[in-house]
Design a protein around this ligand. Structure first.
Ligand code: IFM
Length: 468
């Protein structure tokens, strides 16, 4: 039986309260596949995947998890897990193949079917408008470097609000804006592969303008809309005490932690960014950016260890000290940093917090019995959910937690070499195999809804996993 002897019945800690929202997250380009059918346009990631040497093993998003055709099976899996919510993203080029202008009815109706299936299964849909797949046609016009993108993004948000706002109230404007701007425009290691200081600063400012414009549009078009953005925040420690590394860590933190939350919530950029972005700013921009939102979305995996570098921001990732445990992808495991980050966000931003990504890659294998015993992932989730619960006990207003990710999927420049799912995907057959962590997570959810009841050992996922 899956999970036997795998801490499957071990609880992370007392869950915050019975109304707490447990969910799973994914994104369009990472799971949908079906990139060449039903009128979808190219995104910058389709282009990037075609460029030799950009993505490990030459992997692409063409098939991915084939979620476009298998979404009903995936919703059924979520139902069996018992999650209360599913955060997914809309593929902008699937619904607007050129990024603006005529909408693609076939693309729009895919998300109708997905949303309806979720609602029938009692799962709340959380829509993220942008998880990194900018329509290529807009990139051809300058993409996030072109100030007009704020208008294009607002029109896209209006389309989504009109179409799905009768069934969905939770919308995020952006997922991890610091990552796709820094890696895509500053360091050149993600699509569209640019490494240029001015490009980075233009992109940051235009993403912020687009966020504010989309909040306005959704607020006026969706009754009862509950809006936010999804940010990374994590401590950035210098790898040494040298002045260069210490300054690099401070600068890196401005780009990583503050470049979006500060203008969006407080209406200003922190000092180094304020100077760099000043040439691209117009008089009323900050008013347009700092629109009130309803919640703070956090993605957090680990702290960063930062060193000085000659790149466009003068700082990059360094190695953690040897005694810090790491996941198979090399990311440090420091649950206390998660607890402290949640408390810090609570104190600074004074909004309900939703953890919309947390999880780990692991080197998962299907064993002879057809099971995936991802004990390392269970230990990670247990420690991190425990740390979250400590933050809640200390007063942080955390309302929900979503695992990254439901499925193994396309991990950007790492292709399919890294598995983040609690459900294993056999990419040759597209067979889904819930891992031991899926059963563990499901047990947590069930137990947190019935705090005094013993954790179930006869969960339906056992049977699914046992079928191998
Ligand atoms: O897969 C990504 C996701 O798209 C954004 N946040 C981090 C995840 C793991 O790297």
């Amino acid at each position: 039986m899956a999970g036997k002897g795998l801490q499957g019945n071990t609880r992370a800690a007392e869950a915050p309260n019975p109304g707490f929202l447990w969910g799973v997250s994914t994104s369009a380009f990472q799971i949908e596949g079906a990139t060449q059918i039903d009128g979808r346009g190219d995104s910058i990631w389709d282009t990037y995947c075609r460029q030799q040497g950009r993505v490990k093993n030459g992997d692409t998003g063409e098939v991915a998890c084939d979620h476009y055709h298998r979404f009903a099976e995936d919703v059924a899996l979520m139902h069996q897990l018992g999650v209360g919510a599913y955060r997914f993203s809309i593929s902008w080029p699937r619904v607007l193949p050129k990024g603006r202008g005529s909408a693609n009815e076939l693309g729009l109706s895919f998300y109708d079917r997905l949303i309806d299936a979720l609602l029938s299964a009692g799962i709340e849909p959380w829509i993220c408008l942008y998880h990194w797949d900018l329509p290529q046609a807009l990139d051809d016009l300058g993409g996030w470097e072109n100030r007009d993108v704020a208008g294009w993004f607002a029109d896209y948000a209006a389309l989504i609000g009109r179409r799905y706002g009768d069934r969905v109230t939770r919308f995020a404007t952006f997922n991890e804006p610091c990552v796709f701007t820094l890696l895509g425009y500053g360091l050149g290691s993600n699509a569209p592969g640019i490494a240029d200081k001015a490009a980075l600063h233009r992109a940051i400012h235009h993403v912020n303008l687009s966020h504010g414009a989309a909040v306005d549009v959704l607020r006026s078009s969706v009754r009862g809309a509950l809006l936010g953005a999804i940010h990374n925040r994590q401590p950035c420690y210098a790898i040494s005490e040298s002045a260069d590394d210490v300054n690099a860590a401070l600068r890196f933190a401005e780009y990583w932690n503050d470049a979006f939350p500060y203008p969006q919530h407080f209406g200003y950029y922190t000092p180094a960014l304020a100077e760099a972005i000043e040439p691209y700013q117009e008089p009323d921009d900050m008013v347009q950016i700092a629109r009130p939102v309803d919640w703070f979305g956090l993605n957090h995996y680990s702290p960063h260890y930062i060193k000085a570098d000659s790149n466009v921001i003068g700082a990059t990732f360094g190695a953690p000290p040897g005694d810090v445990p790491r996941t198979s992808i090399g990311w440090p495991i420091v649950p206390g940093a998660f607890r402290d980050t949640l408390l810090d966000i609570d104190r600074r931003f004074r909004l309900p917090i939703y953890v919309l990504e947390n999880g780990t890659a692991s080197d998962d294998q299907v064993d002879e019995a057809g099971l995936v015993k991802d004990t390392g992932r269970i230990a990670y989730l247990q420690a991190y959910i425990g740390a979250m619960n400590e933050a809640v006990s200390a007063g942080a207003d955390v309302r929900g937690y979503f695992v990254w990710s439901l499925l193994d999927n396309f991990e950007w420049a790492s292709g399919y070499s890294q598995r983040f799912g609690i459900v294993y995907v056999d990419y040759l057959t597209q067979k889904r195999i819930p891992k031991a962590s899926a059963r563990w997570y499901s047990d947590q959810i069930a137990a947190s809804r019935r705090p005094s009841a013993p954790v179930s050992s006869g969960h339906p996922l056992n049977a699914i996993a046992a079928q191998g």
